[in-house]
Design a protein around this ligand. Structure first.
Ligand code: 3PG
Ligand code: MG
Length: 347
């Protein structure tokens, strides 16, 4: 796998450095609701400051604003970053997506970002699958290096593409089924067991396009409608009542999945087993999160929902690698090259 050159090798003393981080975090009432990605960006920023950088200019996108919408301002993110890392050499730019050139990978906007800066460090793993001015074009205008988080993500996720200790159990769920089929095709054939729950399992009930064996649920929690307080009952997977929805894996499946997970030596989990935001449909995701956390295996978890489930259960520190990337992690595991990584010269 491609190994971009590391920020560790850059001569940074006295330099003005542009850092692209992925500080696309959830906000609630104008404040940062989950600072995981901000904390994940600190090691690179600290390294640059310790090594005597003259200025560290941090940029990121936040959400998908249509124009300069104050609801997507980086101000709350900047405030949280300053609390965590008070250093006057740090500057935080406004949302890169306030400039229409960002998502067009526009050279003019990239030049604005590069102006007055000596080096570029990309630490935005979560955005590395985007060909945008701040992740791609700018890397051709300044000497470019990979940040510590980007490096670590490539290393941890890359391990799953190489030789792994077996049994290798892949657990897939969640809603973005079409995005995930590619990963399943690439990794699934190499796994010893593929456990499928959530919306993914619902979609595969009628038609399964995968050419290897997967373990689908044996029972599910069926709901009369898509609502937190819907009427619900446990039914066999292939006996979903007409017009009802499968909103979680059932108790027999939870136990079967937990047994497989307990025997694994390598695990990759992406995507919840049901609508875990609603407590009545959260048990399946909870059972998988607990089994993954308990497993005596190398455990890697990707995707914002799975990480959130682990965090809410206080289990996120029990896994070996919790990826800050959702789409980026999936594309990498699908075997795709990430444009933000390709733009950085190799080691
Ligand atoms: C993410 O949260 O998945 C990344 O920050 C990328 O955001 P995007 O999907 O809006 O490009
Ligand atoms: Mg995304």
């Amino acid at each position: 796998m491609r190994k971009p050159r590391s920020v560790r090798e850059a001569a940074v003393a006295g330099k003005r450095i542009l850092v692209r981080a992925d500080l696309n975090v959830p906000l609630e009432n104008g404040e940062v609701a989950d600072d995981t990605r901000i904390r994940a960006s600190l090691p690179t920023l600290e390294l640059l400051l310790e090594r005597g950088a003259a200025a560290v200019v941090v940029c990121s996108h936040l959400g998908r604003p249509k124009d300069e919408d104050p609801a997507f301002s980086m101000k709350p993110v900047e405030a949280r970053l300053r609390e965590l890392l008070p250093d006057e050499r740090i500057q935080v730019l406004e949302n890169t997506r306030f400039n229409p050139g960002e998502t067009k990978n526009d050279e003019g906007f990239a030049r604005e970002l590069a102006e007055g800066r000596d080096l570029y460090v990309n630490d935005a793993f979560g955005s590395a699958h985007r060909t945008h001015a701040s992740t791609e074009a700018v890397a051709h205008l300044l000497p470019a290096y990979a940040g510590l988080l980007l490096e670590r993500e490539l290393e941890e996720l890359g391990k799953l593409l190489g030789e792994v200790e077996r049994p290798f159990v892949l657990i897939a769920g969640g809603a973005k089924v079409d995005d995930k089929l590619g990963v399943l095709r690439n990794l699934g054939g190499r796994a010893d067991e593929v456990l499928i729950g959530g919306k993914m399992a619902e979609q595969l009930r009628d038609e399964n396009p995968l050419d290897f064996d997967v373990e689908l649920p044996s029972d599910i929690v069926a709901a009369s409608e898509f609502a937190a307080d819907a009427e619900s009952r446990i039914v066999p997977y292939d006996e979903l009542p007409e017009g009802w929805l499968g909103l979680d894996i059932g108790p027999e499946t939870r136990e079967a999945f937990a047994t497989e997970i307990a025997q694994a030596k390598t695990i990759f989990w992406n995507g919840p087993m049901g609508v875990f935001e609603w407590s009545r449909f959260a048990e399946g995701t909870k059972a998988v999160a607990e089994a993954v956390a308990r497993a005596d295996a190398h455990t890697v978890v990707g995707g914002a929902d799975s990480i959130r489930a682990l965090t809410e259960l206080g289990l996120v520190d029990e896994v070996d690698w919790a990826s800050t990337g959702g789409g980026a992690a999936l594309e990498l595991l699908e075997g795709k090259e990430l444009p933000g990584v390709v733009a950085i010269p190799e080691d």
